[in-house]
Write a protein that binds this ligand. Structure first.
Ligand SMILES: C[S@@+](CC[C@H](N)C(=O)[O-])C[C@H]1O[C@@H](n2cnc3c(N)ncnc32)[C@H](O)[C@@H]1O
Length: 264
């Protein structure tokens, strides 16, 4: 099985274990933080949008709460059933069990979002190409990616660990996550007093999550077969190679990239 197919299978299993989007994890408050500084939640009202890699429908439901007119939700894994089950307003959503490169060339979408997905796709260029065709002229593509800059120490720890953890069965990995949870709680407490690595993310995002969602986030770092951490240049190039213009990039909480581009 290819890394691409294995990653999709890993997510299918992950989202059947962690299937809800409760609390801050699924909130419009977090969506606003993800879109900052390029878009306000209010700008989505009345728009035709798509999300590539919808998982359990967390971002799709945020788009519905932002009053999008219609949402195309793309999810290729076995999480598809969870996605369809979780929708707040199913009549406003078209769910497609396909990979991002198969997004139909609608040509009339106002926005396409891909939040935490392209860094799990070994060759994302065909996805970016499909998004370009699906947007209307002037339509915008907003992507959120793991960043390399700001994660140097974290990557030194997580990369060797992932060699093992991405091969572990669910119950063993969930047990390991339970063990790692408590030192992380202590780390967050220390972040309040010390300028430690990932402090911005820990205090602005991670600390606001429920204990269950914190465990999911740790699991999500250790489970998928393929995960790439993008440099600023690589993140910008992803969209510029796909013919997007007016590309802007933001180093979100100092550890990840929010990138936006416009179809001319
Ligand atoms: C980290 S999850 C993000 C889910 C959702 N966007 C969110 O933020 O809650 C990544 C998702 O991308 C999906 N995915 C992986 N490869 C994909 C591909 N080639 N095309 C579309 N989605 C893909 C996975 O199945 C998984 O559900």
């Amino acid at each position: 099985m290819s890394r691409h197919d294995k990653t999709i299978k890993d997510f299918g299993e992950q989202w059947r274990q962690y299937s809800d989007n409760e609390g801050y994890y699924g909130s419009v408050e977090l969506f606003s933080d993800i879109l900052f500084p390029f878009l306000a939640v209010e700008e989505i009202k009345g728009c035709r949008v798509a999300e590539i890699g919808s998982g359990t429908g967390r971002i799709v439901n945020m788009l519905l709460q932002a009053d999008a007119e219609h949402v195309i939700a793309i999810e290729p894994s076995e999480a598809f059933e969870v996605l369809c089950h979780n929708l707040l307003e199913p009549e406003k959503v078209t769910c497609l069990k396909i990979t991002g490169d198969q997004l139909p060339a609608y040509g009339n979408l106002d926005y396409v979002f891909s939040i935490g997905v392209l860094h799990h796709i070994p060759n994302p260029a065909p996805v970016v190409e499909a998004v370009f065709k699906a947007l209307r002229p002037g339509g915008r593509f907003l992507v959120w990616l793991y960043g390399k800059e700001g994660n140097v120490l974290y990557l030194a720890l997580i990369r060797p660990l992932r060699v093992l953890t991405k091969r572990l069965p669910h119950l063993v990995l969930a047990f390991l996550v339970d063990i790692m949870y408590w030192p992380l709680v202590l780390y967050i407490k220390c972040c309040h007093r010390l300028p430690l690595p990932l402090r911005g993310y820990m205090l602005s995002v991670f600390e606001k999550m429920s204990p269950e969602k914190r465990r999911l986030i740790i699991y999500d770092q250790l489970n998928p077969s393929y995960a790439k951490y993008y440099t600023r240049l690589e993140a910008e190039k992803l969209l510029s190679d796909g013919k997007f213009e007016n590309i802007q990039i933001h180093h979100r909480h100092g550890y990840s990239w929010t990138v936006i581009g416009t179809k001319p």
